[in-house]
Design a protein around this ligand. Structure first.
Ligand code: SF4
Length: 356
């Protein structure tokens, strides 16, 4: 997309969490929105995808008719994951290697040969109206799947690999994660808040564990209150207003945090560094002249993702009804929110942690 085409196209009508990159750098969002991306998948990204593929394949069987031999299941899952790694053509570096994928998978299977929960659906794209935007904007995304775990209830399954040690601080970050809030928000739209407990963070560290000191794997149950989900919606509306302003002013400022540009622990360097160091005006600059930058072939629409057994986030009737409640009947909307708050006062509504 050219500079002019992007501005004329205007704001997208569906937003997912990764589009929030304008919060850390509006200019990065600008290049990304025009369709520019990495020529080859960064190794950490390819590793995370391959790990997700292994898990997806493995958990297809949980709670359903299981193959007799876990070893065969594990090997099948690993084969599919390795295929994903090989097709990424990523150049392995540090912990993001084919060998580490094989090693980590072996340890994972040993750690969790069976699960106390049942997988309900996997690989699901979703889209739901963002309330109080006049039906104009939707939130969307994709989840690894969701599961049923008694006595908790329904949980989104979020699979993560980490390049750092699994520490208390590392685990605590997920209680503040808007990405996780978004997943829970989605499941609440799909199933209703009575059924939903939250999100199961299923974490694996790619680093070699220090014996007896650092766990290789951890699990954490994340929960969000009705207020937090409402605040999440409100934050999105506010973000969209800010983004609208950038489009109107035709100006997407650069970040004032230089570490966003050069990278730091947990964040890779920005692909668009050379563009930002160039003195050529934005509408004349050709990003394809720079190394490692390509034009994405497809629109960014992760909510269109569909996988084995997954249900797409639908419920248009429910969405419309909710929109009417929120927009039209102010009294009903307020009453509904008050009721949600009351329900949420029940004990045990805090974030809970489950580790093995
Ligand atoms: S190099 Fe820095 S300012 Fe430029 S797009 Fe990347 S993060 Fe933003």
């Amino acid at each position: 997309m050219t500079h002019r085409e992007m501005l004329e196209k205007g704001l997208p009508d569906t937003f997912d969490n990764s589009m929030r990159k304008w919060r850390s750098c509006p200019r990065e969002y600008y290049w990304w929105r025009r369709g520019f991306s990495f020529a080859s998948k960064p190794a950490f990204f390819a590793f995370g995808s391959a790990w997700g593929v292994c898990q997806g394949e493995w958990y297809k069987q949980v709670g359903k008719e299981k193959e007799k031999d876990n070893k065969i299941r594990a090997l099948n899952a690993l084969q599919v994951g390795l295929k994903s790694w090989d097709s990424s053509a990523a150049e392995g570096a540090k912990t993001d290697t084919r060998e580490n994928l094989i090693d980590l998978w072996g340890r994972y299977i040993e750690m969790y040969p069976e699960e106390p929960w049942e997988m309900v659906a996997s690989e699901m794209g979703w889209q739901y109206l963002l309330p109080r935007t006049g039906g104009k904007y939707m939130l969307g995304g994709a989840i690894d799947g969701y599961l049923k775990w008694e006595p908790f209830g329904m949980l989104v399954l979020e699979t993560k690999t980490s390049g750092s040690w699994i520490s208390d601080q590392y685990l605590r970050q997920w209680s503040f994660s808007q990405q996780v809030t978004g997943y829970i928000w989605y499941l609440v739209q799909l199933l209703g808040e009575e059924q939903v407990f939250g999100c199961l963070m299923n974490i694996a560290s790619k680093k070699t564990a220090k014996a007896g000191k650092t766990p290789k794997f951890a699990r954490k149950l994340e929960k969000r209150s009705a207020e937090e989900l409402e605040e999440f919606e409100r934050a999105w509306r506010s973000d969209i207003e800010v983004l609208e302003k950038y489009y109107i002013e035709e100006f997407f400022p650069k970040t004032d945090d230089a570490l966003n540009c050069v990278g730091r622990e947990g964040r890779s360097r920005c692909l668009f560094q050379p563009l930002c160091l160039s003195s050529i005006p934005l509408d004349e600059l050709d990003p394809l002249q720079f190394e490692q930058i390509i034009l994405r072939e497809e629109e960014w629409e992760p909510w269109k993702r569909e996988g084995g057994g997954g249900r797409r986030g639908g419920g248009r009737g429910r969405r419309r009804k909710r929109e009417e409640e929120e927009e039209g009947g102010g009294g009903r909307g307020r009453r509904r929110r008050r009721e949600k708050r009351e329900r949420n006062k029940s004990p045990g509504n805090d974030s809970r942690r489950y580790e093995k």
